[in-house]
Ligand binder design. Structure first.
Ligand SMILES: Cc1ncc(COP(=O)(O)O)c(C=O)c1O
Length: 486
């Protein structure tokens, strides 16, 4: 393709995309949350042969407009109250376009000079936000799952010397290598202990109290049991914003226990880490600064588009370099200076890395920590507002405290037997389905202590009181209908 045609193409496609985005964002308040198509209907829609002949880019884009977009979940809507999936900031969306255009490969500094240095700056800012000192560093990741994996790998390497080079069996560790987290921990912990050769059975899921925080007495008991059995504790993982409930474990106490037993302390703050941006709510994270490592996902509560996570390490790049450093022969020339320190492949699992730091860098400059704090404070206030409305509603019962912007509750009408848990579980699913089918909002469900609950997260910075009022009205309406049909 000639340069002139590439220029013309960018111009034409850019206009098309800008117009489409403007229309889409304009429609966000009214649009149905999700399409009614089933997976098999969509499978048929996209059951296409491998394209052999050329198609104009405009025709391809039309396919997006007609077939793709109408069947997308409208996550950026202010009426999306689902998982930790926010409306992305415009500056983040366009930062992604810029990053794609210059297509830096951040594996090594030579291929991404400004990008690599900006990434280290952004990591420094994230460390500062959570209260880490000068020495700390980290690595950007594809998301919280990879961040948790990297943190656990650092923890494993500390507890099991030699594991990196010779495998766990030949390391200094005795018995099984054990990771402790609450029974509310994210599923990436199950995956990570498997990938690291520890085995899923060696993830101790510690029970939680009635507010879904890890029980530290039970944690101590498990550690003592494992030590008596000759096993090796590797890591204690606390949650700062648990996936189901958004609650925050007692991080300071977990840090004390980790110190006492000399165990790596990790905090999964993929979602809740952003609380550190708020003067008002930062105290909830007390103790996070004592963690050996912290997961924080800018693509959750920092409103940058997917996919963009980070893991931060208190003792800095040295720990990550010990775990991951490698010098392939085609990168082995001595360039002099300290630019090798910006070869980010040495600090984590990724090779080729997208210039994701750009959107965090731009978003932080655009909003400032004060701008973030305003949004986060408002979202928590809205969640408390919702919780108060639910508390006043007959037949609804709240089941978790509001510590972030998540609220879990159940619909429990008198008609359903007090102890008929199966019927109650079915009712929560049925109500979620009704909300979903209405297209007017989207909420999720979860399971808390073996019982199904409804879950709302105020995700979007576009959400206002009126959207919460509408959601409550929708819950009232659909729950009434649900009782009528029983
Ligand atoms: C607490 C927590 N940790 C980790 C993750 C994993 O993050 P990701 O989906 O970005 O891999 C999630 C995802 O929701 C989460 O809620």
């Amino acid at each position: 393709m000639m340069k002139e045609s590439l220029i013309a193409e960018h111009e034409r496609l850019g206009k098309w995309v800008v117009e489409w985005i403007i229309d889409y964002v304009r429609s966000l308040d009214e649009v149905r949350l999700c399409s009614e198509a089933t997976a098999s209907q969509l499978e048929k829609l996209f059951d296409e042969p491998l394209p052999r002949d050329r198609m104009s880019a405009e025709e391809v884009f039309e396919k997006f407009r007609l077939d793709v977009a109408p069947h997308a979940m409208n996550i950026p809507s202010p009426r999306y109250f689902g998982l930790f999936n926010p409306t992305p900031l415009a500056i983040g969306v366009w930062a992604d376009a810029l990053a794609s255009t210059i297509n830096q490969n951040g594996a090594v500094w030579r291929n991404s000079p400004s990008a690599s240095v900006i990434e280290t700056r952004v990591l420094g800012w994230l460390c500062e936000i959570i209260g880490y000192g000068e020495k700390s560093f980290g690595t950007l990741t594809s998301g919280g799952s990879e961040a948790n994996l990297i943190a656990l790998k650092c923890a494993r390497d500390r507890a099991a010397e030699g594991a990196r080079d010779n495998g766990v069996r030949s390391s200094t560790a005795r018995g099984n290598l054990i990771v402790y987290a609450s029974e509310q921990c994210h599923y990436s912990f199950d995956k990570s202990v498997d990938i690291l050769g520890l085995g899923r059975a060696n993830l101790r899921k510690i029970e939680t109290d009635d507010r879904f925080h890890i029980r530290t007495d039970a944690l101590r008991r498990e550690i003592e049991n494992d030590l008596r059995s000759g096993d090796t504790p590797v890591c204690i993982a606390g949650a700062a914003g648990a996936t189901s409930t958004g609650v925050i474990d007692s991080l300071y106490e977990l840090a004390d226990i980790s110190d006492e037993y000399n165990i790596w302390f990790h905090v999964d703050a993929a979602y809740g880490g952003a609380l550190a941006l708020s003067e008002k709510h930062r105290e909830k994270l007390r103790g996070i600064e004592r963690a050996d490592s912290v997961t924080i996902d800018p693509h959750k509560w920092m409103f940058v588009p997917f996919a963009c996570g980070a893991v931060l390490v208190r003792d800095g790049g040295r720990v990550l370099r010990d775990g991951f450093d490698i010098t392939p022969e085609y990168m082995s020339e001595d360039r002099g200076g300290h630019d090798v320190e910006f070869d980010l492949l040495r600090y984590g699992q990724l090779g080729t890395r997208r210039f994701n730091a750009l959107k965090i860098w731009m978003a932080l400059k655009f909003l400032g920590t004060r701008g973030y704090a305003e949004i986060i404070d408002r979202q928590i206030e809205l969640t408390e507002y919702l919780a108060n409305l639910l508390d006043e509603m007959k037949d609804f019962e709240r089941v978790s405290p509001v510590e972030t912007a998540v609220c879990c509750f159940r619909f429990l009408p008198e008609k359903v037997g007090e102890k008929d848990y199966e019927a109650q579980d079915r009712l929560q699913l049925a109500l979620q389905q009704r909300v979903e089918r209405s297209g007017e909002a989207w909420i999720s469900t979860t399971v808390l202590k073996d019982r199904r609950a409804l879950r709302v997260n105020i995700n979007s910075f576009l959400t206002e009181r009126r959207h919460v009022d509408d959601l409550v009205e929708l819950l009232r309406r659909e729950s009434r209908k649900l009782i009528e049909v029983r």
